[in-house]
Design a protein around this ligand. Structure first.
Ligand SMILES: *Cc1c(COP(=O)(O)O)cnc(C)c1O
Length: 395
């Protein structure tokens, strides 16, 4: 007789397979990741850099919603030299997938248990101040490990790091700690995507001042880095030994004025299927709160994607979608799992038809930037907003 446990195991296996086939089947709504575009963007950025400049692919937040492990592997295969993530768990995920490139943790790690895990997984932490460095050193000594660390200077972002004016005492103190080896000194811009470069230049000057002071006391870090995507594209003097590029590898420009720099192609598309088509009379409300009322007989397509998937509800009545190469308007409030499109001018649309919410088809293109503009936010936030309920399908 088959044991209860064995039966349970069998059932689990079957349901796992079911789930898997649903993911592959593009059942309802999904995110498509164009790995060829990603590879092209990484190569384009890499060839924009001087030959000795290294490229760090920033794959935090599940690679801006694109899927960290696959993106990291693809980026490393096409010119990226190393990776950056924000949290310990994000680093562990990459290591568990067998990725052994250098991985910088951009966020701050403080707890003793977390420090031990950083060492176990050979991740490279950001050290923000001397107190944190001391905790790292003490903890690493107890487990007999040492780590390459990256010192963060605050040059005007007022986020992580030691004030640029204290760079020398900070680096000198870290140099006395037996378990820590300085791998780099870095800082981060607050306005690199803006047209006016004055604040960026000020930060750059402060960073250079700190580097000169360090040099004067004999501290020359193995690597210096400063640039995010915007600074990488806008100012070569910010490149130093390495650039930390996120948004641009995903094919988006940090600002309109940087679009003339290198050719990039958006990597991510969001698609969903039409689940029902109906015709409703004039004067009928559509969706919760009747925020849209028809003026005429209207053909409505119900689509299986909603705000629980990361379609911002604030885009209700403003969203566009591409259906069979034609731009159509979304109508009424976006609901948790579904939204409605006005397809009055279209014929022969049936359930199962695929709708593009972000992406390109023929000459039409809807970008994360279009959404960001309407919502008065930035494309970074849109990309990170797609939930895990949407399977990532890699092409
Ligand atoms: C997220 C991040 C980056 C990448 O920024 P992009 O604008 O997406 O290129 C670089 N450096 C730090 C410190 C970051 O937090």
């Amino acid at each position: 007789m088959v044991s209860w446990q064995a039966q349970q195991q069998q059932t689990n296996l079957e349901s796992n397979l079911d789930v898997l086939s649903v993911l592959v089947n593009r059942q309802r709504a999904w995110v498509e990741i164009d790995l060829t575009a990603l590879a092209g963007n990484v190569s384009a950025i890499k060839s924009f850099l001087a030959p000795q400049t290294r490229l760090m692919a920033v794959v935090k937040a599940d690679a801006y919603g694109h899927g960290a492990v696959t993106v990291a592997r693809t980026a490393l295969a096409h010119g990226a030299d190393c990776l950056a993530i924000a949290t310990l768990a994000e680093g562990v995920e990459l290591r568990q997938a067998g990725i052994n490139a250098p991985i910088l943790i951009l966020g701050a790690i403080n707890a003793v248990e977390d420090i031990k895990a950083v060492a176990v997984w050979s991740l490279e932490p950001t050290i923000c101040n001397i107190d944190q460095a001391l905790v790292f050193n003490r903890t690493l000594a107890t487990v007999g490990k040492s780590l390459k660390v990256h010192l963060k200077l605050d040059t005007g972002m007022s986020r992580l790091g030691t004030n640029w004016q204290q760079a020398v005492s900070f680096a000198q103190s870290v140099n006395t700690l037996s378990q820590l080896k300085i791998a780099s000194i870095y800082s981060h811009f607050s306005t690199a995507d803006e047209l006016d470069p004055s604040i960026m230049n000020l930060q750059h000057q402060r960073f250079n001042y700190a580097l000169t002071q360090l040099k004067n006391v004999g501290i020359v870090p193995p690597q210096i880095h400063l640039a995010n995507s915007a600074a990488t594209l806008s100012d070569r003097s910010c490149h130093y030994d390495l650039v930390r590029v996120g948004l641009a590898i995903y094919g988006l420009y940090p600002a309109t004025h940087l679009q003339q720099t290198i050719p990039l192609k958006p990597v991510l598309q969001v698609k969903a299927k039409i689940t029902q088509v109906k015709t409703i009379p004039p004067g009928e409300g559509v969706s919760y709160g009747r925020k849209f009322v028809t003026h005429q007989e209207t053909k409505v397509a119900v689509v299986g994607i909603g705000y629980a998937d990361g379609i911002p509800r604030n885009l209700s009545n403003q969203l566009k979608a591409i259906v069979r190469g034609q731009l159509v308007s979304q109508i009424g409030s976006i609901t948790m799992d579904q939204l409605m499109l006005d397809i009055t001018n279209m014929n022969d649309i049936e359930p199962g038809e695929i709708v593009t919410l972000i992406g390109q088809q023929n000459n039409l293109k809807i970008t994360a930037e279009d959404w960001a503009d309407k919502l008065n936010t930035i494309s970074w936030e849109i990309l990170c907003g797609f939930k895990h309920r949407l399977p990532r399908i890699f092409n």
